[in-house]
Design a protein. Structure first.
Length: 322
């Protein structure tokens, strides 16, 4: 039997070398895997089953190398007992990664959430007014990351969802509509057994919805400021919460913008198998927009192989790149 110390720092600290020698890395495959549910000032709150364990970051992992939703291997004390600290020594490969740039001039990508397979674009029908530009950008980021988007429209007691349903339905985006006291069965069904990240402008009612779906979530909610029409930022960091019926919600802080400078239009087309196939007949470098010359999408519509509504809906979203 080999002797294993609790502390691998002696092994994995790169000494007199600029880069760690990966072949010398210890084998972490026997360590327990935990899900990172929140990050607060360098402390990683993790869950192993239903046990909360707090961890710090191992030295071989970058400062930004762990994000909420990551699955990590924990070394050291994983009892979760009061006052104990474990150490995250390895991040398992991510199935997806949602990123955004702060705005389009800023090419710096911020990874937001790892391993989500569904994205709820939470949008209020009023107070604050829906911004289709923002919906389009988040949609683009979702398709680029190969995360299934769902448009979740809140505050249906204040305004009708018809216009948005018409705009985004033909693209195949599932649409859910909520208001205070509304039946959440369809929402719960959409969330069941998925890992869903919630993204939305501040004040759209994300926390209100999360609190209805996850008992004991206690997400702070606040009235939308009457002066600015903008919500106050009541949630400060992403938080993963397990749903009572299975599955996870990862709530993210309200955003005011969603930059997509890191996304290429081609990657978005690739998320739609029917359009990707048509695009093979497009001229090289075709942007597939309404001014594109000889775009195969227009031919497909003319020949009845693509519905004009679907093309219009796709082009509306692609305007996010303009
Ligand atoms: N009329 C109406 N008001 C709602 C609805 N859902 C939430 N609200 C109100 O909208 C305000 C903002 O709700 P929150 O749940 O705090 O919004 P949030 O999206 O979590 O905001 P941030 O924490 O800033 O990201 C609160 O006053 C809620 O009571 C709804 O369906 N209809
Ligand atoms: Zn084209």
């Amino acid at each position: 039997m080999s002797i294993r110390t609790d502390d691998h720092e002696g092994f994995d600290r790169p000494k007199r070398r600029s880069r760690p020698r990966t072949k010398d890395r210890p084998d972490y495959s026997n360590l327990p895997v935990a899900r990172v549910v929140s990050i607060d000032r360098g402390r990683y709150r993790c869950l192993i089953g239903d046990r909360h364990v707090t961890a710090v970051r191992g030295r071989l992992i970058d400062r930004k190398g762990i994000i909420v939703g990551d699955m990590v291997r924990l070394d050291g004390d994983v009892s979760g007992a009061e006052g104990t600290l474990s150490r995250a020594v390895e991040v398992l490969p991510r199935s997806t990664m949602l990123r955004r740039s702060a705005d389009d001039a800023d090419t710096f990508e911020r990874p937001i959430v790892a391993n989500a397979d569904q994205l709820f674009i939470v949008t209020a029908l009023a107070d604050p007014q829906p911004r289709v530009g923002m919906i389009d950008r988040i949609l683009v980021a979702a398709y680029d990351a190969r995360i299934d988007p769902v448009l979740c429209l809140t505050k249906a007691d204040l305004a009708s969802p018809d216009e948005l349903q018409e705009a985004y339905g033909p693209l195949g985006v599932p649409i859910l509509v909520t208001e205070p006291g509304s039946d959440l069965t369809a929402v719960a069904e959409a969330l069941a057994d998925r890992v869903t990240v919630f993204v939305g402008h501040s004040g759209v009612g994300k926390s209100t919805l999360v609190n209805r779906l996850v008992p004991h979530a206690h997400r702070a909610t606040a009235a939308v400021s009457e002066l600015t029409g903008k919500g106050r930022h009541t949630s400060t960091s992403a938080l993963a919460m397990e749903l009572p019926g299975g599955g996870w919600i990862i709530d993210t802080p309200g955003v005011r913008s969603f930059g997509i400078s890191h996304v290429s239009p081609d990657s978005v087309v690739g998320a739609f198998p029917d359009l990707a196939e048509l695009a093979e007949d497009c001229p090289r470098g075709c942007r597939h927009d309404s001014t594109a010359i000889d775009c195969a999408f227009d031919d497909a519509v003319a020949e009845g192989r693509l519905s004009p509504e679907r093309l219009a809906s796709f082009r509306r979203m692609e305007r996010a790149f303009a």
